[in-house]
Design a protein around this ligand. Structure first.
Ligand SMILES: [Zn+2]
Ligand SMILES: [Zn+2]
Length: 367
């Protein structure tokens, strides 16, 4: 079948909306009519080349839609189901899945590198040449072929534009606080950098009933959003001595749980410095993987536990329906995260906004 998709031909080039072709479904494949897809910073990094992607590629890894057709062996979903796509399909029984680290699943980890959905060749083609998937998905398109473990059914009453956010930014941030850090009630939480992931770490800390929740960012607009999502204190390094203020708010000790969500050397340094001895530090942000960062060795001392998390320890089958229910119950805020809705044809303009840092989330809507 043919459908429209935004294609990246080479690093740095604008995306071009083209008619692409999907192969007939394999036994474990699911065909999803995409209804909404977010523009995540990681997609921009692929355009810029700091995240490797096999080219040509269809980007997009934060999508929601309706199952249109399923392969002969698929049992988890059926046509008509509403799904949020997971960029971390995992098998559940390989070495790393058994270590409780599905993000490293042996069976699927090659998918991101190879531009596939986890098994076999790419399901997409353009003018009879292979067209690669991005992060096992490719949701900046009217239609996506994903593997069964990537199609997660959610309640039908959550709107698609909000549901799609669960697939990356929300899972990463809320999961970072609730699933990875296991923030405890009454503990202090610090979030440095409140873009999409950091804002969701703030609301994850709020769901876990942390107090205080301190948000740090250079943008007063984003700090205002952080307040709406549960931050009790907001600090802007342009005005505030952040380290001193965090200490003052935490009985002179530093934060019990400290989240780095800015994706830079300075934010990493600040987060680790502001974590108290014995604290849990969760690194959620990322930058060019080849960049070196320097840390004051003393800031690492004091039995700090420093953990990197890419997807908030996601178990999509468990967590996506849970996050959707929290939204429907008014306990998870998603409306506030969307500052722009656009068509597929407007995607380059949307990424210009992501690059400027002026958008928390732009979401492509398909009719
Ligand atoms: Zn993402
Ligand atoms: Zn596995």
């Amino acid at each position: 079948m043919q459908f429209k998709a935004a294609v990246l031909d080479r690093v740095g080039a604008p995306l071009v909306v083209r008619a692409v072709t999907a192969a007939p479904l394999g036994p474990f494949d699911v065909g999803v009519r995409i209804r909404a897809s977010g523009l995540c910073h990681t997609d921009l990094e692929a355009i810029q080349g700091s995240v490797a992607a096999r080219l040509p590629v269809v980007l997009g890894h934060e999508g929601a839609g309706v199952v249109e057709v399923v392969g002969t062996a698929v049992t988890a979903v059926k046509p008509g189901d509403h799904v949020v796509c997971s960029w971390n399909p995992h098998c559940g029984h390989c070495f790393y899945c058994e270590q409780d680290l599905p993000i490293l699943c042996d069976r699927h980890i090659g998918a991101h590198r190879d531009g596939t959905i986890g098994d076999g060749p790419p399901r997409l083609s353009l003018e009879n040449k292979p067209l690669h998937h991005f992060m096992a998905l490719s949701t900046h398109a009217e239609y996506a072929v994903v593997t069964e473990a990537s199609a997660i059914a959610v309640p039908k009453d959550i709107p698609f534009d909000r549901a799609c956010l669960i697939g990356c930014g929300v899972m990463t941030g809320v999961g970072g606080a609730v699933r990875m850090a296991r923030v405890t009630p009454g503990a202090s939480a610090l979030v440095v950098g409140v873009g999409a992931v950091g804002l969701n770490a703030v609301q994850g800390a709020a769901i876990a009933r942390a107090e205080p929740i301190i948000a740090v960012d250079l943008s007063d607009h984003r700090l205002g959003l952080a307040r709406q999502l549960g931050a009790t204190e907001t600090l802007n390094p342009a005005r505030d001595d952040v380290l001193a203020r965090v200490k003052a708010l935490t009985h002179g000790r530093g934060a019990d749980f400290a989240f780095e969500a800015g994706g830079g050397e300075k934010t990493l340094q600040l987060t680790i410095e502001a974590a108290r001895p014995g604290a849990t530090v969760i690194i959620l942000g990322k930058t060019d993987p080849n960049q070196h960062v320097s840390l004051r060795f003393g800031s690492l001392m004091g039995e700090k536990r420093i953990i990197r998390s890419s997807y908030g320890n996601a178990r999509p089958q468990r967590d996506f329906p849970w996050l959707a229910r929290l939204y429907l119950e008014g306990k998870l805020k998603l409306d506030e995260l969307i500052d722009r809705r656009l068509t597929l044809e407007e995607i380059n303009d949307g990424f210009a906004g992501v690059k400027q840092g002026s958008l928390v989330r732009a979401v492509i809507q398909f009719s």
